[in-house]
Every structure is written in structure tokens, then in C-alpha cells.
Design a protein around this ligand. Structure first.
Ligand code: HEM
Length: 347
């Protein structure tokens, strides 16, 4: 194993396997995490965000197609088998959907491991990026364990809700890594008024509460994941009213943040993110009402879950736009491409 000093020396000399030089796609992929650049680490972090958002949608597909017990055992799928086998109690389609969702967990886990390796090998190493990255494979493992509890509890609504809510929690790490890997390490400098900073934090908290309330609606509604699973005993109208009321409060806070941002001259990046959030909220709210009045058709429920995750990611990114940590350290910035360099011209 190479020492830190030796790694730093290697960093000073041109690396033979620099992804910017290699033409072999496989070498480029391997270099993206084994000899990472800030850009390749950021790309991996983005893949982590996308993978974790997608797995929410596939988890939703499992639920609305009643495939939650398609693999009735855990960690094995059925009986002694790790993969779906003939089981008279479960249709082949249900087994395939649940098994596919389990497989996607491995893809997300693999991305988490690669992100961690890349953060560890980035030269010079940036400690907080390593911690944000380490949290990703760890939380996927936690998610897999809770997924097991969901199956073993026969899809108890509390377990199903927790299983969903781990994803937004995990996305905090993914988004933090993505944002931090694109900026420097100077002390955070606040670039919006204190009131806007506070408002952004309240906004993110309100969005989190809406997510939790949404899981109560789901636990009360018809999409349990299996016909025989337990349900919360609330009136669906009541819990939906609370959930949509909280969503309206979040929309109100977002509009307030937008007004304050424009009136106080907040940076364009901050205003853009808040505007994006308004757009997502309008779409998500409309979808919420449409699915409710249509008797929660499966495809709309999956879209609503995806919308919830996008909304959450945007609310988190707003927080990061309230402060500035400088640009990437010079040593880490990728060298400009040869064509864009201004070479001294002969007289
Ligand atoms: C705009 C912000 C909103 C967010 C972030 C949001 C988020 C969520 C989340 C996270 C769930 C639970 C998903 C799950 O556990 O699998 C959910 C469920 C639900 N939401 Fe929303 N929601 C919003 C607005 C609304 C509105 C305005 C309505 C209107 C009635 C609504 C109606 C529903 C219904 C009916 C469900 C249950 C779907 C099912 O049976 O699985 N949502 N929402």
C-alpha cells in the first residue's frame, strides 16, 4: 500500500493513467474512481444521487403492483434460493419485480462503494468528502436491512414508511457530496441575508415533514404492497387533508423565500433553485390531487414518489446555495484541454 507522502509525490508528477489522456473506455471508467479527478468524483456523486432517486421509483413500482412479497424471504428470495423460483403463492411477474428492485440495490451499493474509493483516492484528499462518501455504502446497507424487516414484518406500514424515508436521509449525503465536490474548502461565507438562510432551513424541514405525512397517507391507502398487509386505521380523507395542508405550507414558504430572494438581491443561483422548487411543487401538488381524485392509480403514485424525491433534492440544494466556499483548490482543478490553451505565438 502506498503512503500518503508517496501518493502526493505521484500527484505532482503526471499520472500515466489520467482519465483525460486515456482513450480506452474501460480504462477511463476504472480511472474515474482509482485515479479520480474532482470532475470524475463529482460525476460519480451525481450517479449516486440519480441511483438513489430511481430506487425510490422502483420501490414504488413494487408496492403498487403488489409485488412486496414477490420474494417472500430475505435475504434469500424464496426458500433456499437467492433468485426467484416457481412458487404457487406468488406470480412470476411479482417475483421478477421484487427481485429486480433488490438487484437495483446492488447497483446503488456498487456506486456508493466506487464513490467512497474515489473520495479516498482523490489527491489531495478532502476529509469531509470522504465522510460524505462513506455514508453512502453504509446507508445502502442499512436500507437493505430495513428492506428485510419490511418483508419479515409482512409489509407493516411503519416498516414500509421507514424504508421509504431512509432514501431522503441517504440523499442528504449524496447531495452534500455532489455539492461539496464542486466547490472549495474555504470557511463558509454566507451570501444571502440571515432571514433567507433561516427561511431555507425552515423550508427544508417543512419538506421533510410533508414526506413523513405522505407515508402516513400511503400506509392508510390501498397500496400496501400486498392484499393481506396491515393498514393504519385512519380515515383516508383526514390524513390526505393533513398531508396536502402541509404541502400548501411548504409552497407558501417557498414563495416567501422567492420574494425575499428577489427583494434582497440574493445570488442568481439561489433564485434559480428556489424557482425550480416552485415549479416542482406545482407539478407535485397537481399530481397529488389528480391521483387522489382518480383513486390513486399505480403509475401516478410512482410519479408522485419520484416528484417527492426531486422536491427534496432541490430543497437541499437551496441550502447549499446560501453560502460560498470558494472554487475548487487550484491543484485539483482539471487542466484545460490542449485546444483551449492560449499558447504563446511565435513573432
Ligand atoms: C407538494 C408536495 C408533496 C410532497 C413532497 C408529497 C410527498 C408524498 C410522499 C413522500 C408520499 C408517500 C409515498 C410513499 O410512502 O410511498 C405521498 C403520498 C401521497 N400523497 Fe403526496 N406529496 C405532496 C403533495 C400532495 C398533495 C397536494 C396531495 C393532494 C391530495 C397529495 C396526495 C397524496 C396521496 C393521496 C398519497 C398516497 C399515495 C399512495 O396511496 O401511495 N400529495 N406524498
Amino acid at each position: 500500500m502506498r503512503g500518503v507522502a508517496e501518493r502526493s509525490q505521484t500527484a505532482a508528477a503526471p499520472r500515466p493513467a489520467d482519465p483525460r489522456r486515456s482513450r480506452n473506455p474501460l480504462t477511463r471508467v476504472i480511472d474515474s474512481f482509482w485515479n479520480p479527478t474532482p470532475a470524475s468524483l463529482r460525476l460519480l456523486a451525481l450517479l449516486g444521487v440519480i441511483g438513489n432517486a430511481l430506487i425510490v421509483a422502483t420501490g414504488g413500482a413494487v408496492r403498487v403492483t403488489k409485488s412486496g412479497l414477490g420474494c417472500p424471504d430475505w435475504p434469500r428470495c424464496s426458500g433456499d434460493s437467492l433468485v426467484p423460483t416457481h412458487n404457487p403463492a406468488h406470480s412470476a411477474a411479482n417475483m421478477a419485480i421484487e427481485f429486480g428492485n433488490r438487484m437495483l440495490t446492488f447497483v446503488v451499493l456498487a456506486i456508493g462503494v466506487l464513490v467512497f474509493v474515489a473520495a479516498l483516492r482523490l489527491v489531495p484528499r478532502r476529509k469531509d468528502l470522504v465522510w460524505w462518501a462513506l455514508a453512502q455504502p453504509m446507508s445502502v446497507v442499512a436500507q437493505a436491512v430495513i428492506g428485510g424487516i419490511v418483508v419479515l414484518s409482512k409489509l407493516h406500514p411503519a416498516a414500509v414508511a421507514l424504508h421509504f424515508l431512509i432514501s431522503p436521509a441517504l440523499l442528504v449525503f449524496c447531495v452534500a457530496l455532489y455539492e461539496r465536490s464542486g466547490e472549495g474548502d474555504t470557511a463558509p461565507e454566507r451570501i444571502v441575508r440571515p432571514v433567507l438562510r433561516g427561511l431555507s432551513a425552515v423550508l427544508a424541514s417543512a419538506a421533510a415533514v410533508v414526506l413523513v405525512a405522505g407515508t402516513v397517507v400511503t400506509g392508510t391507502g390501498p397500496h400496501a404492497g400486498d392484499d393481506k398487509s396491515r393498514r393504519w386505521g385512519f380515515e383516508i380523507e383526514d390524513v390526505t387533508r393533513v398531508h396536502s395542508g402541509l404541502a400548501w405550507i411548504t409552497v407558501g414558504l417557498t414563495v416567501l423565500a422567492l420574494i425575499v430572494a428577489f427583494r434582497t438581491g440574493a445570488p442568481a443561483a439561489y433564485r434559480r433553485r428556489v424557482l425550480t422548487l416552485v415549479a416542482i411543487e406545482v407539478a407535485q401538488g397537481a399530481l397529488g390531487y389528480i391521483q387522489y381524485f382518480m383513486g390513486v392509480p399505480g403509475p401516478l403514485v410512482v410519479l408522485h414518489m419520484l416528484g417527492a424525491v426531486l422536491l427534496w433534492i432541490t430543497a437541499l440544494r437551496i441550502l447549499f446555495a446560501t453560502r460560498d466556499r470558494g472554487s475548487m483548490p487550484a491543484a485539483e482543478t482539471a487542466a484545460p484541454a490542449p485546444s483551449s490553451r492560449t499558447e504563446p505565438q511565435p513573432a
